[in-house]
Design a protein around this ligand. Structure first.
Ligand code: CMC
Length: 429
């Protein structure tokens, strides 16, 4: 890394701050010693100008609409790779050789069963519980089952925990779905690939033979690839922050799931589909566009806009293609939701408000339509996002533990409350 410096003047004081450059992307100004030297903090709510760590995993250029994992463009990974190959890449830094891939697939596949006692957890939830609530609880509970992989100082245990989580998330997600719809749990099957296994665990029933449709399982796999990692987003930062205290990896991932649930983040795919359903017909779109522009109305077009992408989300383009493949395979023609989605996209992309604010459709705009066609209820959408993002969270968590600069994450604040005052007895208030 090349080092330059920046000078900051506060009153008559002047401090030199190191400027660090990465391999690509914006430079960062190292303010680590700012408080010590100036007694001032920086202020950046929402962290819009703050790099919280060094990372080698994922790079996003939001203006150009570029997403790279370990340097490889998402378009190439989605076109030529499969999800477990991307998992290997995110975890280990390089694409696997054929032998490494075979071994990795084997190891993940042979960790897909969950402790039988886990199934009792599900019955503690109401059947109408949101599956994300179930996932928050059950993934957190994994730390009570796998004591042999919670020592975060041991790289071997960290990798075992990582593989366990990548392997068990589809099983838990499918169990959450089955519990929700009142069907028996379906155990994983080792001769199936990751996505096919997941589809089978969700949609097979004991009374019938389930044959996986390869077009649908490829689409599922691609959806997983597209959601695998996205740099320091809210849930990943949550996982890192939780992990910075030394918490065990299962608890950290549960924290990530909780954060992902919100409608501004992973919950947007569910919210986008609900919005398309609410709009219902193309003629009602102008009313909703007007509401989205109205500052006095909290309504936003779900599935539009992104904190980082100020261009077309590259994942949305691939997702759009996958949506058409799935709908074509299933013979879904003239889907009213798709019609509303297409028209909404066309209007938003030509409307001055959306152009000026650089609000493009994001991945969630299309993923909801595809997941619905695959047979998932809207409440499962964010669960599928969590399943796929687990590898990103766990790769970033591992990177953080190995970072020699790692310390507990502990932001400061601008205090605007009452200054010190004396306690007043209740009789005198
Ligand atoms: N519809 C209408 N106006 C919008 C929208 C929208 N979807 N998104 C942003 N704006 C406006 C916003 O009102 C603001 O206007 P002004 O500058 O006049 O105040 C401007 O655009 C900038 O918005 P912001 O809220 O300051 O931007 P942000 O970076 O804080 O928020 C976002 C990003 C994704 C939370 C936001 O665009 C949003 O709420 N979108 C809808 C939810 C959504 O689709 N989220 C999924 C994100 S992609 C999946 C993921 O990574 O989790």
């Amino acid at each position: 890394m090349t080092e330059q410096s920046a000078t900051l003047k506060i009153g008559d004081k002047s401090v030199d701050l190191a400027v660090k450059s990465g391999t690509i992307g914006p430079d960062v100004i190292d303010i680590g010693a700012l408080y010590k030297n100036t007694a001032s903090f920086t202020y950046d709510p929402g962290f819009t100008s703050t790099a919280s760590c060094e990372s080698k995993i994922t790079y996003i250029d939001g203006d150009a609409g570029v997403l790279l994992h370990r340097g490889y463009p998402i378009e190439q990974l989605a076109e030529h790779g499969d999800f477990l190959e991307v998992c290997y890449l995110l975890l280990y830094g390089e694409l696997p050789t054929a032998a490494q891939k075979k071994d990795f697939d084997y190891r993940v596949t042979h960790h897909t069963m969950v402790h039988e006692q886990m199934s009792r957890f599900f019955t503690g939830f109401r059947r109408d519980a949101h599956p994300m609530a179930v996932m928050c609880g059950c993934v957190g509970a994994l730390s009570a089952f796998y004591h042999d992989s919670t020592d975060i100082t041991d790289p071997h245990q960290r990798m075992v925990a990582s593989l366990r989580m990548i392997a068990k998330m589809p099983t838990l997600a499918a169990m959450a779905y089955k519990y929700h719809v009142g069907q028996p749990f379906v155990y994983p099957k080792n001769d199936l690939d990751y996505a096919s296994n997941f589809l089978r665990m969700c949609f097979a029933v004991p009374c019938e033979e389930y044959v996986v449709n390869p077009v649908l399982s490829r689409a599922m796999d691609r959806i997983f690839i597209l959601h695998a990692d996205h740099e320091q987003n809210a849930s990943t930062s949550t996982v890192r922050l939780a992990g910075s205290s030394g918490a065990n990896p299962f608890a950290c991932i549960a924290a990530g799931i909780a954060c992902l649930w919100g409608p501004a983040h992973g919950g947007a795919n569910e919210a986008a589909l609900n919005m398309l359903t609410e709009i219902g017909t193309v003629d009602r779109i102008p009313e909703y566009i007007a509401r989205a522009k109205d500052k006095s109305d909290p309504f936003r077009l779900m599935g539009f806009g992104h904190r980082v992408y100020k261009n077309y989300d590259p994942r949305a383009k691939i997702m759009q293609k996958t949506t058409h493949e799935v709908l074509g395979e299933l013979g879904v023609k003239d889907d009213p939701l798709l019609e509303v989605a297409m028209e909404l996209e066309r209007i938003a992309l030509t409307d001055e408000y959306f152009i000026e604010k650089k609000l493009y459709p994001n991945i969630d705009f299309y993923s909801g339509i595809t997941l619905k066609a695959l047979g998932f209820p809207t409440t499962m959408f964010t669960v599928l996002f969590a399943l796929a993002r687990t590898v990103g969270w766990i790769a970033q968590w591992n990177e953080m533990i190995e970072d020699p600069e790692q310390r507990i994450g502990r932001p400061r604040q601008l205090y605007v409350g009452e200054p010190q005052r004396d306690y007043v007895p209740v009789s005198k208030r």
